[in-house]
Design a protein around this ligand. Structure first.
Ligand code: 5AD
Length: 326
């Protein structure tokens, strides 16, 4: 069995591992570390995409402010609270509340929604609505938010700057460190297949997850969106993505690692081995159908199912893989 020293492995060693001809023993190691540290449970998280307005211009993302082809929506607080309650009744224990960077939801407005969902639905709340000041993050924590997701996207400062004309990797990492020091369970992650990315970049991404001390990390393939500047780029490799998830499991044995939705999009046929590379989380959209179609970060085919039926079906798929849905 291959051995990898998680505290001393170097960038070059990680890059060499990613480039290996045969990755099977690394997958086996990652799966064993997953079983020993987080067990056989697969956590199913509900994600509510409450607004597709965004003030940022990220060049890969369909929600970017310059995409005038996209009809925009905002969910009303009451609608969000009702959807959260329905998700709770269906068995969800965590609600991920995600949006573009939409200033309409002031710290006070979003804080009140968080308070009301905590009070009435008793779920763990993960916020994922972009870069805000330390004070705002602190306020939302007081309102009851438990976790926060904001991905590093890429650990290469030059690639980061070219994809995000309006921000920097430094600012992004500062947000992650603020969240961590405020006591949030903190989630980062990155994309596979960004223009200019090499195995060394991905190795740096993995080391940055460890440096931040991430509790969660979502690693997914880049998928080109036709209404963005990156429309003609090829999509990321799902094999490379699974390799990166496996190495993330080896570096962060206790982390929550989702099999990202984007991986599911590319992976139609081989969905079954998504959970064998170290992943232990999956997210399910509970966004009302009319809005769901407009939350188009990348193109994906969506079905129109109800929250309960959708969850039951996923639970069945997870049991079929000898894992325990929760
Ligand atoms: N392909 C794949 N993932 C994307 N994201 C945004 N745009 C794309 C895309 N075109 C991911 C980013 C972001 C998360 C919400 O969605 O990693 O953090």
């Amino acid at each position: 069995m291959i051995q990898i020293d998680r505290n001393h492995v170097t960038k070059n060693e990680l890059a060499d591992l990613l480039r290996r001809e045969d990755f099977r023993d690394v997958y086996e190691l990652a799966d064993r570390i997953r079983a020993e540290n987080v067990g056989d449970v697969v956590h199913i998280r509900a994600i509510l995409e409450f607004s597709n307005h965004c003030r940022r211009v990220c060049r890969y993302c369909g929600l970017n402010a310059r995409n005038s082809a996209l009809p925009r929506y905002r969910m009303k607080p009451e609608e969000m609270i009702e959807t959260a309650q329905e998700a709770a009744r269906a068995g969800y224990r965590t609600l991920v509340m995600q949006s573009g960077e939409d200033p309409w939801y002031t710290p006070e407005i979003l804080g009140e929604i968080v308070r009301e969902i905590k009070r009435s639905a008793k779920m763990a709340i993960t916020l994922s609505c972009g870069e805000r000041s330390r004070d705002v993050y602190a306020y939302w924590k007081e309102c009851g938010a438990d976790r926060y997701l904001i991905k590093q996207e890429t650990a290469d400062p030059a690639i980061y700057a070219s994809l995000h004309p309006d921000s920097s990797l430094e600012e992004r990492v500062a947000c992650l460190k603020n969240l961590k020091s405020l006591g949030y369970e903190t989630g980062s992650g990155f994309m596979i297949g960004l223009p200019g990315q090499t195995a060394e970049t991905i190795a740096m991404d993995l080391l940055l997850l460890r440096e931040i001390g991430c509790d969660m990390a979502g690693i997914g393939p880049f998928i080109p969106h036709p209404d963005t500047p990156l429309r003609d780029q090829p999509p990321g490799s799902s094999e490379l993505c699974k390799r990166a998830v496996a190495l993330a499991r080896i570096l962060l044995p206790k982390a929550n690692l989702p099999a990202t939705t984007a991986l599911g999009v590319l992976n139609g046929k081989e969905k079954n081995d998504i959970f064998s590379c170290g992943a232990n989380v999956v997210m399910r959209k509970v966004t009302p159908t009319s809005y769901k179609r407009l939350y188009e970060i990348y193109p994906a085919s969506l079905t129109d199912t109800d929250i309960l039926a959708d969850r039951r079906q996923l639970e069945e798929q997870i049991r079929h893989l000898d894992r325990i849905p929760l």
